[in-house]
Write a protein that binds this ligand. Structure first.
Ligand code: HOZ
Length: 431
């Protein structure tokens, strides 16, 4: 494939934008090549500045559950733009989106709309602190909750890709009230709760971790978190920025049967526009200003264009009852292909990861936490990424990001992808 135009753009971008990109993982550093620059996208396809076409399993890192540029979403956005792009004042649409979120996730009796997942989680943590009057929070190594200061501690996603668990520039005092437990390890949570008795405001968790690759909770783990938070008077926050409206219409609480006190959403809830949300029960959310003393605000919060994209997307998901079964089936087929290729596969619904785990011991091949994920062979992952991209298939350029399946990925395209996975293994065996 020819990448001349992308190369030119990258050269220019590096002079103007740190690393040439507006979010680190996009720089493709972990896979030893330069990024392609996207010009447009439609359905399951991305088209770059050189006219190359890629079958897209990144789906904008999660929002694209319907595929790119769904005609109904695009039309609704086009129409709303005519009436103004931002008002900084309440609209009927915000009420409608709040109603839809509540219909999908009944635990969310009240919701605040914000502009990014980072903002949603940062605000939910503030609410938990304001509500409980406590300062500390427990998070899990390898879980990623956006880039607010206190949450960049043993974080997943781009920090794992760059092998830097903690960001520079975060004052020790901010990170000091963030305690880190081991995902899927009950004892590590109980020990922190005991050591910090009466000080923990919340346990913050990705109910299905998807920023150290996909790592589902082991049986009973979320139920344990629900019990122990109640026992110690802390809140349970589900960070559903990735899993919300993805695992099921009701997200992780419907998928796993475990209910949290606070939820954060992003990605799908904005239908491809910059919109995120946090919410929970009426009592907890009544802490938020102007009702209560927890302050949070934003000029573009509830932006009418983003809200319209979110409403339209959620309505499509609510009307099309078969969608979750379809994407689940497709992801299962991909998981089979990775499994046949001898890789460790983790999957939850339409989220999956193939892990290039090193070591021969079968029990050592499970990936259940940050340490397991860190043992993966990054060079082997990079070789696989490049093999797929050379065949026009774009998977996330990092071992530690999820593979997303959309409704626009036809069965035929899934089979093509399985063929490319088989060819990669074949090439390795023959080589
Ligand atoms: N943190 C997101 C991935 N887990 C953002 C990636 C991006 O948009 O570059």
């Amino acid at each position: 494939m020819n990448y001349d135009r992308s190369e030119q753009l990258y050269e220019k971008a590096r002079k103007l934008i740190p690393g040439g990109v507006n979010s680190p993982v996009r720089a493709f550093r972990a896979v030893g090549r330069h990024p392609f620059f996207v010009e447009r996208a439609k359905g399951p396809w991305l088209f770059d500045a050189d006219g190359n076409r890629f079958l897209d399993y990144v789906c904008s890192w999660g929002p694209g559950i319907l595929g790119h540029a769904h005609p109904k979403v695009v039309e609704a956005v086009r129409r709303v733009c005519e009436g103004g792009l931002t008002f900084g004042a309440p609209t009927a649409r915000e009420v409608e989106l709040a109603e839809l979120i509540n219909a999908c996730v009944p635990d969310v009796e009240m919701v605040r709309l914000v502009s990014s997942g980072t903002e949603a989680v940062m605000s939910a943590v503030r609410v938990a602190r304001g509500f409980t009057g406590r300062e500390k929070i427990i998070k899990f190594a390898g879980n990623y909750h956006g880039h607010s200061d206190g949450l960049l501690v043993k974080a997943g996603s781009g920090l794992m890709t760059q092998s830097v668990p903690d960001s520079a520039g975060v004052p020790a005092g901010y990170a000091g009230s963030t305690l880190t437990a081991v995902y899927n390890d009950e004892e590590s949570v109980r020990a922190l709760m005991e050591e910090n008795h009466g000080q923990v405001a919340a346990v913050l968790v990705e109910p299905v971790a998807a920023n150290m690759g996909v790592v589902p909770p082991v049986a009973g783990f979320l139920e344990f978190l629900r019990r122990i938070t109640k026992e110690y008077g802390a809140l349970l926050i589900f960070d559903e920025v990735i899993t919300g409206f993805r695992l099921s219409l009701g997200g992780a609480s419907q998928f796993t049967g475990v209910h949290a006190d606070l939820y954060t959403f992003g990605k799908i809830v904005g239908g491809g526009m910059p919109l995120a949300a946090y919410g929970g029960g009426r009592e907890v959310m009544s802490c938020v200003a102007p009702l209560g003393a927890v302050y949070q605000a934003g000029t573009l919060s509830g932006n009418p264009v983003a809200v319209t994209a979110g409403i339209t997307t959620l309505k499509i998901l609510m009307d099309d009852t078969g969608i979750y079964d379809r994407i689940d089936k497709k992801a299962r087929r991909l998981a089979e292909a990775f499994g046949d290729a001898g890789l460790t596969v983790n999957r939850a619904g339409s989220l999956l990861s193939a892990f290039f785990v090193t070591g021969q011991n079968a029990s050592g091949r499970k990936v259940e936490n940050y340490e397991d994920a860190c043992r993966c062979d990054r060079e082997a992952f990079a070789a696989y990424f490049n093999h797929m991209l050379d065949r026009g298939i774009y998977v996330a350029p990092s071992q530690f990001e999820a593979m997303f399946v959309s409704d626009a990925h036809s069965d035929e395209l899934i089979e093509t992808t399985c063929g490319a996975i088989e060819a990669w293994i074949g090439g390795k065996t023959n080589g």
